[in-house]
Design a protein around this ligand. Structure first.
Ligand SMILES: NC(=O)c1ccc[n+]([C@@H]2O[C@H](COP(=O)([O-])OP(=O)(O)OC[C@H]3O[C@@H](n4cnc5c(N)ncnc54)[C@H](OP(=O)(O)O)[C@@H]3O)[C@@H](O)[C@H]2O)c1
Length: 413
């Protein structure tokens, strides 16, 4: 299948947003929350295809779209690998930082997104909170002229002032705020509709029926096409779906964190909801970016793994057993570790779509090669057995972030 190449960039490169701080927040808790969600960089720096059936297909250099693979994500049809766009201001005025110590700049981010689309990627993920605003602004600029080629996924949910990026503590999914956020998102994303609007963590103060009802209205108005939730409690998932059909659930899922397999994936299967896997490379761990003696920087831009229990010095050497499994299987499949980790996700369910994040063009292209890796049933059984044999030590996230997962929204009074 040949695709038209993307037209060249026409718009000027604009300066990143520089939101201001808010001092009302518990600092430790906020740092943890902010880091994982790609927000509040000022605080961070201050803190000191069917892949189940057949034999191996060579990954890597060949153009991924040549496989013509698509997968169904609820009602949406997308390329099997998406692109996560979660960046924040870096240590210098021109630098962009991801959450794990990688840096690049805005022109490179624009090229990365456009090249990804050129190579067949259709699912682009971002959020109001990433920057805040900055990532959406970059995505909006990058997609000029090619907007129609992608499924654009973004998120609301944090209490961020839409006018100035100032953050108040906690979450905010009150209907009026959702509307305000979407209004600002459409402008930043330079589009007249958002394909998938995701609640970025369940607000414990707002009934999910009110959230789903608001998104339903936005869909009726043509501003939003589909609805999703990130890390909801399972009852909240059901209740939301009853008001407005969910297209996707976006949760962390990888060989490093298999939590969704217990309840969320079966529920998605039963309800016909697609699953978008965040941190599919285990925050770079599965791709080979972490060693037994790795230490993660706290400044000038904090690496989120510095405050994540499963990357702590006491547990890292033991957790490296999983990296050995990935390396071994990557060798067997003539793939890279990142490709193997993504192909494993694709093989779990035909409606799982990973959204690896990267600042690196070569990594982005490499990751798309995962769509061409298949496992025989015997291989998949053995690989799953090897993955399950590794007991990962340390919580997946800092406590302050973890407490925003699996939350059940209150009932309507
Ligand atoms: N819903 C939520 O609450 C939530 C939370 C977190 C993230 N997300 C979304 O999920 C996306 C992905 O998650 P993530 O960025 O946290 O984690 P990830 O995709 O598991 O890992 C990203 C890390 O892997 C590295 N990497 C990527 N490809 C590589 C390759 N081929 N070889 C070696 N290293 C590679 C990147 O470094 P390089 O830059 O050097 O490639 C980066 O350090 C985010 O961009 C965001 O859109 C959502």
């Amino acid at each position: 299948m040949s695709r038209p190449r993307t037209p060249p960039l026409t718009a000027p490169i604009t300066a990143p947003f520089t939101p201001q701080t808010d001092t009302l927040v518990d600092r430790r808790q906020w740092l943890a929350t902010a880091a994982t969600l790609g927000i509040a960089p000022w605080l961070l720096s201050a803190c000191a295809s069917g892949t189940t059936a057949t034999s191996h297909i060579s990954p890597g250099a060949a153009k991924p779209q040549a496989a013509g693979a698509r997968r169904q994500l609820g009602p949406l049809s997308v390329f099997p690998i998406g692109l996560g766009c979660q960046w924040r201001p870096g240590a210098t005025p021109t630098e962009l930082a991801d959450s794990y110590g990688s840096r690049f700049d805005r022109p490179a981010a624009l090229r990365l997104i456009r090249r990804a689309v050129d190579q067949g990627v259709t699912l682009i993920d971002t959020a109001e909170a990433y920057g805040p605003f900055l990532s959406e602004d970059i995505v909006g600029e990058a997609l000029q002229g090619i907007r129609h080629q992608v499924v654009l996924e973004t998120k609301f949910g944090f209490d961020i002032n839409p006018d100035n990026g100032m953050r108040r503590p906690g979450l905010n999914s009150r209907p009026a705020h959702i509307r305000e956020v979407v209004h600002a998102q459409l402008k930043r994303l330079r589009t007249d509709h958002i394909d998938v609007l995701i609640q970025h963590r369940v607000d414990p103060a707002v009934p999910i029926e009110d959230v789903a009802g608001t998104v339903k209205d936005l869909i009726a108005e043509g501003k939003v096409r589909h609805f999703g939730l990130s890390e909801p409690g399972v009852q909240t998932l059901r209740r939301a779906h009853a008001v407005q059909a969910l297209a996707v659930i976006q949760n962390e899922y990888s060989m490093l964190w298999r939590g969704p397999e217990a309840q969320v994936l079966p529920l998605c299967e039963a309800l016909g909801i697609g699953f978008v896997a965040w941190s599919p490379l285990g925050m770079g761990f599965l791709a080979g970016g972490v060693k037994a003696d790795s230490r993660f920087e706290m400044s000038p831009v904090m690496d989120f793994r510095a405050i994540s229990p499963r990357f702590a010095p006491e547990v890292l050497p033991a957790n490296m057993a999983l990296v050995a499994v990935v390396r071994d299987w990557a060798r067997r499949k003539q793939a890279t570790p990142a490709q193997l980790a993504l192909a494993w996700l694709l093989a779990q369910k035909p409606w799982v779509v990973p959204i690896p994040g990267t600042t690196n063009m070569a990594h982005m292209t490499e990751n798309l090669g995962a769509a061409r890796i298949g496992f025989t049933p015997d291989e998949l059984r053995d690989l799953n057995r090897d993955v399950a044999a590794v007991h990962i030590q340390g919580e997946r996230l800092p406590a302050a972030v973890l407490q925003m997962s699996g939350v059940e929204a209150p009932a309507r009074p």
